[in-house]
Design a protein. Structure first.
Lengths: 349, 341
């Protein structure tokens, strides 16, 4: 079985900071030239942009090699020695020219590719405890867009978090007409239970890890798929946001993983996930870009149906998942469930 | 009046380049631009280095740089099969939003964009240079989605505005803008704003008129700005020394992210600033529950600009110092089983 994400450049770039504390890297470039330059203390967005500009061309050229992958669950790959050297030289040059450290250049490039110019805003302190607390409660899917079109989908996320320890459990359910591939006559049903752990990594970064099991009526998920993810959270505004790629372990050979998670964030009361589709390969069709947006519906500890803990519910569904998915909503039923029911202004809302 | 050359990717010049979204996804768009993106940004780098981004002239690259830019676009277009307009559009979107900017465009309408601004929004945070700043502010939008027009009033009382705070005083602004929205193909809306801003900062005491144009696109549930707005003037004030890099927001939220700019010989560097507003009411706004935006604004503006006014602070008689502002920003916990929903 293949292991470890092959989002190598993501790892090589994103890992640079996280690497030392979490041991997930990767060689941060070093260059004697950079060390001789006086390191500048205060930066703003425009200055960070100026600092990384000389390296962007090289980095983008190398990044494209990594973006051609299909399902992002393969063996770890390293850049060729030549590419690595080119990358290191570009980063060192940018550091020497700007007065930033090579680690800063790497971080800023990573943030820029993840978030664009807003990624170069000043870091804001973030805490693992708050990240855990911010997930607590129940969330309802307000929209899914697939390839730019609104897709019939219903979903909920339920999080039972313990901010004191930075731990918690998350249950996610989804029934959707379209899940990265062109729709079929049958709706896709997915349920997962994950254990989260948030770990502080300096004042400006939190590392999240999740270990979970996903069941679904799609290939590779019928009997449960175990996943392990690791991702980094930073803060460039009111709320935390992911930078870089999450590192996922495996996909059971399923190409339902044929997407790249490029954004996990959300303003107060919202969580959204943006996933690029993948390019087609000789064996696989292309997949479509997908955006899921969830809205917070309650901050109380979640109980499914108002009386069942998320673990109990998951265990009950998983105990007879085949039977459960056989009775899952048809596409017609799903469409009806997605209809908007207008409620007058002078109502209970 | 200060007029600076500036480079902004034109909004009207780029006519709905995203019209043909079929056959592309984020990964393939990225492949299409990755070979040229870095160099294109290098060529445009000077744009981000301007001090007060307020100019009326259109920034133009040198002939050599312009030629290189065109060659890069043509080369990316040829190797990817995308049109040159698509390449330009994707580079701009990546520049503004990073990888999420390369998501498939979602249709948006001028009417919805206009309607989404209606109501009252309260500022829930301001971060300056990564540090939370004592600030209160509101945005009021009185919109007419049928006509694609509306009025927007913004008030702000803050301890820090782009520059490091000094002294005991605080800064306040009030702005009234007239907004117009227009459809530009199925995936773009162009917004024009004509505003007057009063404040107790240099350049704003007697009212500063500004004109902005910006582009909205949709890569998720809500619209977001792509590229950089064009602003007409800044009265020579340093307070405009920031670079608006994000205007967006999930449902119920509007946020503005502004880069600081580098120091020059005459000016200090400014701070990165993020403002986040949360909707309080979707009804037509009335200040204090009974006064229209324009009436309120005109009444307040008289205190700033009218002849005979004592000073720019004539409006406020109370001790609007830092201590008063900090008290107004204190968090007062409200029990769960209370009047809150």
């Amino acid at each position: 079985m293949k292991k470890t994400s092959r989002r190598t450049f993501g790892k090589q770039i994103t890992g640079a900071l996280a690497a030392l504390p979490v041991g997930r890297i990767l060689s941060a470039p070093t260059d004697a030239t950079a060390q001789t330059v006086e390191v500048k203390g205060q930066w703003n967005g425009a200055e960070r942009f100026q600092a990384i500009a000389p390296a962007l061309g090289t980095v983008m050229n190398l990044l494209v090699e990594e973006e051609g992958e299909y399902a992002p669950v393969m063996e770890a790959a390293a850049l060729s020695a030549e590419s690595r050297k080119e990358l290191d030289a570009a980063i060192s040059f940018a550091a020497a020219k700007s007065g930033a450290t090579t680690d800063q250049i790497i971080t800023w490039i990573d943030a820029f590719t993840s978030l664009g110019k807003p990624g170069l805003m000043a870091d804001i302190p973030i805490s693992a405890s708050e990240c855990a607390a911010n997930l607590h409660g129940s969330w309802e899917l307000t929209s899914r867009f697939s390839g730019g079109n609104l897709t019939n989908a219903r979903s909920e996320m339920h999080c039972d978090m313990d901010p004191a320890t930075g731990r918690g459990k998350q249950l996610l359910t989804m029934v959707t007409e379209m899940n990265h591939f062109e729709p079929t006559e049958k709706a896709t049903v997915i349920i997962s239970l994950c254990e989260f752990q948030f770990t502080q990594n300096g004042p400006f970064e939190v590392i999240g890890t999740s270990v979970g099991v996903i069941y679904g009526n799609v290939f590779g998920y019928e009997n449960g798929l175990k996943t392990t993810d690791s991702f980094r959270l930073v803060r460039r505004g009111q709320n935390e946001t992911m930078v870089g790629y999450p590192v996922r372990t495996e996909s059971n050979g399923s190409d339902t993983a044929a997407r790249t998670l490029v954004e996990v964030s959300g303003d107060p009361g919202t969580i959204k996930f943006k996933m690029w589709g993948s390019a087609a390969t000789g064996d696989h069709p292309r997949t479509v870009d997908t955006v899921d947006t969830y809205r917070n519906t309650s901050n109380l500890t979640p109980l499914i149906g108002g009386l069942e803990t998320i673990t109990d519910y998951f265990e009950r569904v998983k105990g007879n998942f085949q039977g459960f998915s056989a009775k899952a909503a048809s596409v017609d039923q799903l469409r009806k469930a997605c209809e908007v029911v207008n409620i007058p202004r002078l109502s209970r809302l | 009046m200060v007029t600076k050359k500036k480079g902004r990717t034109g909004t009207t010049a780029r006519r709905a380049a995203t019209a043909d979204e079929n056959g592309w996804n984020g990964a393939t768009r990225f492949q299409a631009i990755s070979g040229v993106f870095g160099r294109m940004l290098q060529l445009q780098e000077a744009v981000a280095m301007e001090y007060a981004p307020a100019g009326t002239e259109i920034f133009e690259l040198s002939a050599t740089a312009n030629r290189e830019m065109q060659e890069l676009v043509a080369s990316a277009s040829k190797s990817s099969g995308a049109s040159e307009e698509q390449i330009l559009s994707w580079v701009e979107a990546f520049n503004s939003m990073g990888k999420p900017g390369l998501m498939t465009s979602i249709p948006l309408t001028a009417e919805e964009c206009c309607a989404n601004l209606n109501g009252t929004f309260e500022q829930i945070s301001r971060f300056s240079g990564g540090v939370e700043t004592a600030t209160r502010g509101r945005i009021y939008g009185d919109m007419n989605p049928d006509k694609l027009t509306g009025h927007q009033m913004i008030t702000m009382w803050t301890e820090e505005n782009m520059f490091k705070a000094t002294g005991r005083g605080t800064i306040f602004f009030i702005m009234l803008a007239e907004l117009k929205f227009r459809q530009n193909g199925p995936y773009e809306v162009i917004v024009n704003s004509e505003a007057t801003t009063y404040g107790n900062a240099p350049g704003y005491e007697k009212g500063l008129k500004t004109r902005d144009e910006f582009l909205l696109v949709r890569k998720g549930h809500n619209e977001t700005m792509a590229g950089v707005p064009r602003r007409s003037e800044s009265n020579g004030s340093d307070t405009a020394a920031r670079f608006l890099v994000e205007v967006g927001g999930d449902p119920g939220i509007i946020k503005y992210k502004m880069w600081g700019v580098p120091a020059t010989d005459k000016h200090p560097a400014t701070l990165d600033t993020v403002d986040t507003y949360q909707i309080m009411s979707s009804r037509r706004p009335l200040i204090g529950g009974w006064e229209t935006l324009t009436d309120y604004f005109n009444r307040v503006a008289q205190g700033f600009g009218a002849r005979g006014a004592k000073s720019s602070t004539a409006l406020f008689e109370g001790p609007y110092n830092r201590q008063a502002l900090r008290r107004a920003c204190e968090h007062v916990p409200v029990p769960r089983n209370s009047r809150q929903g």
